[in-house]
Design a binder for this molecule. Structure first.
Ligand SMILES: Cc1cc2nc3c(=O)[nH]c(=O)nc-3n(C[C@H](O)[C@H](O)[C@H](O)COP(=O)(O)OP(=O)(O)OC[C@H]3O[C@@H](n4cnc5c(N)ncnc54)[C@H](O)[C@@H]3O)c2cc1C
Length: 385
């Protein structure tokens, strides 16, 4: 493809907007189609927590997160505002010795990948975060992790993009090889179509591509969050219980874990949970379980005034990793999604990688790990493994 070519991007969440930026920066003509009224106001981008976290669960995932974090830090100022990358750091908390051992393992993996991190044991934990429960045995601190307010950052990125032809309030109803059918009856064709529609990523394919999509559907995983009133930021780090990763990888059952994110607005965002399904009304009992879990790690947090509660839906794939690459069976249509709970962290790196693949440029990360065509062998392998 050369710069006379036309790229159509579907979805103006954080992934679609980061992707638009990659192509605009290279001088391409870009059209963006979004069913909502503006960028970053619908879907998971509007509902997420905004923790920019280097996740050590899998070496490829770690590399994608690390590159995402690096790009956010390059592109946003490091200040304490809603428009910026606020470097709060992550503190993983251990309740007992076995969790501390698990954190030591994570430390080893992070350090061998070059990620600055340290173990904090005994009394020093409470010097770092005085509000933590005194029976915790220690923690793992990752100082360069941070916080972005995804709706704002997405809107700002969008506003900086010039010459993008935008179609807001416009839903896509069918996607083919290099073309899309819109709900208003019109059809657009381009040299590349990038699908970044979050939990609807695979909803609009027909024919052989539609069959593939039905075989490997996107699995929505609901989360509940609450935000406290201003003046309640009793923590400096994003604190997460060590067992959180386990819940993040469970596909079928409900999982609740303590994850508390301090916001530059002097608030705390309290989470988190996962259960199958699209975000619906707030379930008061589930929310109470989340707040109780947070209280166990940060005594007093449950009595802070809550300003707002909401739900959102993460888009998970059957193997738990994002889809970044060509739609199987199609030549000019590409997928960018399935980020589960890491899409805000990973979006800039995933968009960069996809753009490099579409244009046949050298890729900064290994594209094979994310290629949608991996799904057959990955899922079959798991069934037999
Ligand atoms: C409760 C919760 C907490 C989270 N916390 C974090 C966190 O702390 N850190 C982190 O890194 N990630 C987090 N995430 C994950 C992160 O929010 C998502 O992975 C990320 O926002 C996905 O971005 P996206 O652009 O792929 O999808 P979305 O933000 O869902 O955007 C998709 C867009 O496509 C549009 N669209 C859909 N269908 C159509 C159609 N047919 N036609 C036109 N437009 C369409 C939608 O309106 C939407 O604007 C969290 C998610 C949830 C739900």
């Amino acid at each position: 493809m050369n710069q006379r070519h036309h790229v159509i991007i579907l979805g103006a969440g954080i992934a679609g907007v980061c992707c638009a930026r990659e192509f605009v920066d290279r001088g391409f003509k870009v059209s963006l189609i979004e069913s909502g009224p503006a960028a970053g106001v619908q879907g998971a981008t509007a509902a997420g927590m905004g923790h920019i976290v280097v996740n050590d669960g899998d070496p490829e995932v770690l590399r994608l997160c690390l590159r995402g974090r690096e790009l956010w830090r390059e592109r946003l100022n490091e200040e304490e505002t809603d428009q910026s990358y606020w470097r709060s750091g992550t503190l993983w908390m251990a309740e007992d010795d076995s969790q501390m051992e698990a954190l030591k393992g994570a430390l080893g993996r992070l350090q061998s990948a070059g990620v600055e991190s340290e173990l904090i044991e005994g009394e020093r934990l409470f010097k770092v975060e005085p509000a933590l429960a005194r029976d915790l045995v220690g923690g793992l601190r990752i100082p360069h992790d941070g916080v972005v307010y995804a709706p704002k950052v997405t809107a700002n990125l969008w506003n900086e993009l010039e010459q993008v032809e935008s179609y807001f309030h416009t839903a896509v109803v069918e996607i083919g090889d290099g073309w899309v059918q819109l709900a208003n009856g019109s059809r657009l064709a381009g040299d590349a179509v990038i699908v970044a529609t979050g939990i609807s990523l695979l909803d609009h394919f027909t024919g052989a591509a539609g069959e593939w999509a039905r075989q490997f559907p996107i699995l929505p995983r609901e989360g509940h969050l609450a935000i406290t009133a201003r003046g309640t930021r009793i923590l400096g780090h994003h604190v997460v219980e060590a067992g959180y990763q386990k819940g993040a990888h469970q596909v079928s059952e409900e999982a609740v874990a303590c994850a508390i994110l301090p916001r530059p607005t002097d608030q705390l965002c309290l989470g988190s949970c996962r259960r199958p399904g699209r975000g619906g009304p707030v379930d008061a009992q589930l929310l109470q379980r989340i707040i109780d879990r947070c209280e166990r790690f940060v005594p007093g947090v449950s009595s802070l005034p809550i300003l707002r509660t909401w739900t959102g839906s993460r888009a998970a794939t059957s193997d738990g990793k994002p889809l970044i690459g060509p739609m199987p069976g199609l030549k000019r249509t590409w997928l960018l999604g399935g980020f589960e709970g890491l899409g805000i962290t990973q979006a800039p790196a995933a968009a960069e990688l996809l753009c490099q693949r579409v244009l046949g440029e050298a890729c900064i990360l290994d594209p094979g790990a994310w290629d949608p065509a991996r799904m057959r062998s990955a899922v079959v392998g798991r069934l037999h493994g």
